[in-house]
Design a protein around this ligand. Structure first.
Ligand SMILES: [Zn+2]
Ligand SMILES: [Zn+2]
Length: 389
């Protein structure tokens, strides 16, 4: 039996728009996860478990006799962004929107679940993993901490993200590092604030903070090897000063990206040296807190070849490309790759798509079937049914 893809496409569009109209922030995906679980049960999966790692859902589908198992993952959360779109299915939750296309990713994986449940042309176990809170970088860890690997074991995992500016029907990925680690930092400078007219009576922190923001730029330009990729971005500088009062307290916040743990460690080390040295030069104190939010996403070389082969089974060969270079965005999917090998891929969201996390962004429904096909094709390739090559 082969599923009617036109009907499935229509159904996926309806799911996607329903999810889009009802976006939920990370770990609050109650309606979304209930929606997902209800669909999976309708498709006749062998097992559907809700509440994995908070609001995560895992569906299990078994066919044949093989003991092999693979994981397919989608993310379900939305962002705290006010939508600008005018379409009929625009967000009904003010201040929250699906601005990263996770509504589309969820609908695609549901589509694949329906395809595989109906066609059943594979031998083994498929775990459909719907994770919460990708944007926070906490949802995958929450599922893993909830014993995901023991309760729903699998040997390899695949995931995808839509890509604005890449035409619909185009596919990209690459072996090795493809998305970066994200670290966050906060540096607190303390001195003595006072009257703007008499800086010499106190020990204000704003000049030190400005020097520090500039000095931090030497980490990438002068401390990292030119062969390594790193980004250090100061994103906020907040003081307790006011128009005629010099600040005694300044907070400098920011974000650093890298592709290797050694580079992340080196950025932190240099940041501490520069913060303390700059503070000393200005006679103030500095305290650095440095946290690691996302780990780098590293695709397995052999499974990346399998992902390319799966893409070739349903896309035009000229639309399948090796991503030119790693991206300094981050993805929670990387956490699963700490446990099993896998591959993360990108599918076009259209040349004219607004960027991800933009209030005018919308997932492109024309790409839905490609995503469902990718998930289903990789399963058929990795868990071939008896009698198939
Ligand atoms: Zn996002
Ligand atoms: Zn995303």
């Amino acid at each position: 039996m082969t599923i009617d893809t036109t009907a499935l496409q229509r159904e996926m569009i309806a799911w996607r728009r329903d999810l889009h109209a009802h976006p939920e922030f990370g770990f609050e995906e109650k309606r979304t996860s209930a929606f997902v679980a209800a669909r999976l049960r309708e498709f006749g999966l062998d097992d559907v478990v809700e509440g994995v790692g908070g609001t995560g859902v895992v569906g299990t589908l078994k066919r044949g006799t093989s003991n092999r198992a693979i994981g397919l993952r989608a993310d379900m959360d939305a962002l705290r962004i006010t939508e600008q779109g005018e379409h009929a299915y625009r967000s009904q939750n003010p201040g929250t929107m699906h601005a990263c296309g996770h509504d589309g990713h969820t609908a695609m994986l549901l589509g694949a679940a329906r395809m595989l449940a109906e066609d059943g042309d594979f031998d083994g176990t498929v775990r459909f993993i719907f994770q919460p809170a990708e944007e926070w970088g906490k949802g995958a860890l929450a599922m893993l901490d909830d014993e995901l690997m023991d309760r729903f074991p699998f040997e390899e995992i695949y995931g995808l993200h839509n890509m604005p500016s890449l035409p619909v029907g185009h596919f990209e990925t690459r072996a090795g590092p493809i998305m970066s680690a994200e670290d966050n930092f906060e540096i607190v400078l303390k001195g003595v604030g006072g009257h703007a007219a008499r800086p010499h009576w106190g020990n204000e922190v704003l000049v030190a903070a400005c020097a520090l923001v500039t000095n931090l730029q030497t980490i990438v330009s002068r401390r990292l090897s030119p062969a390594d990729i790193g980004v250090v971005s100061v994103t906020e500088l907040i003081t307790d000063g006011t128009r005629n009062a010099l600040p005694g307290l300044a907070r400098i916040l920011g974000d650093a990206r890298s592709f290797r743990p050694e580079v992340s460690a080196s950025i932190e080390k240099q940041m501490r040296v520069i913060a303390e040295g700059t503070a000393l030069a200005h006679n103030v104190t500095a305290e650095v807190s440095y946290t690691r939010e996302f780990v780098p996403l590293v695709n397995d070389a052999a499974l990346t070849e399998e992902a390319f082969a799966a893409a070739r089974s349903f896309l035009e060969p000229e639309n399948i490309a090796v991503a030119a270079e790693p991206m300094t965005g981050s993805e929670d999917f990387a956490r699963f790759l700490d446990h099993v090998p896998g591959c993360f891929v990108f599918l076009g969201n259209g040349r004219h798509s607004a960027p991800l996390h933009n209030p005018a962004y919308d997932f492109n429904d024309e790409g839905l079937l490609h995503g469902a096909n990718f998930h289903a094709s990789i399963v058929r390739r990795r868990l071939p049914a008896m009698g198939q090559p």
